[in-house]
Design a protein around this ligand. Sequence first.
Ligand code: PMP
Length: 342
Amino acid sequence: MINFNSGFNSISVNLKDKIVNSILNEKIFEVGHRSNEFKDIIKKLNSSFREFLNIPKDYHVLFFQGGSSQQFATIKCFGRGAYITTGYWSNKTFKEYAPNGIEVWNDRRVPTADELLIPQDTDFIHYCSNETVSGLQFPEYQKFNKPVIVDCSSDLLTREINWDNVDMAYAHSQKNVGTVGVTVVIIKDSLMQTEKDLENIFSYKTNQKHNSIYNTAPVFNLNVTLLAMQELLDRYTNVKNIEKIYKDFSTKVYNEIDKNPVFYNDIPNRSRSTITFFIDPNYGNFIEQIEKHFEKSMITGFKGHRSIGGYRLSITPTLLNNQTSAAITNAFSIGYSLNDNR
Ligand code: PMP
């Protein structure tokens, strides 16, 4: 089966083999976080992110454990945020974690810069580049005249980042780079220096000073992330190459959806890495048959998020291949047979 789940996604057989090897032969569970071996893992992780994403020198690459949700909470150390809300995750960031912030946009489409009125008394702008629930993606990293913080949890490593327009990008590991347990924060030094009132365990400055080893680090998880990064580098060399593959792959899938009488997607800013779709109400009686056909086509983990229903294909790097493409084409063929037999 091909797993399209969002988070707890599929990882390649090659990566699984490497993880097993790291446990059995490299004894990764016994590597201490103060050892030189582990320092080397952190060093390589740092350089692999820098190389793949072309990160400028004045940015730090930091590793935390608390998931992207921790970042929702800790970015308030940079002052008062202007929040652009375009879906479930950016809404959650604003509602739950921005006591002092202001919502400058709330719609299911991406605003243009001139549609936004950013109050003078705000210190940074926050948005989510890829809304993992609805499948909406910012087509570009827009320029603003304040520091910009972006939740890239579900599209980091799938597209180029214009670092002129992004001061901090954060993402957890469970979508695109291995398994759960690591959160990467790429932060411009000038923004980091404005940090105020954070406990050491959450602090960007402290993390940077201690090289991501302030307290006991998740050695195993960080090593998995490194192995996943090395796989990405081996396969694609840099993000430009994978971006093109994502573009071509998602265009093919959206073509399947658009030409099919049974399925639709009405998202104004369609994501290349989170593809959502619904069944046309005229075919509501066929849901069970459609889902069975999807499973027969070797597709699993295709159900939409509990808050909106429908269907969702999370395209992680491992899935960018002809086998996945063929399985999707086969799954969507059910639409034509239902239409013909109506
Ligand atoms: N942001 C986005 C875009 C997400 O998709 C998710 C989880 N799927 C989160 C934040 C929350 O991440 P975590 O569970 O690591 O806190």
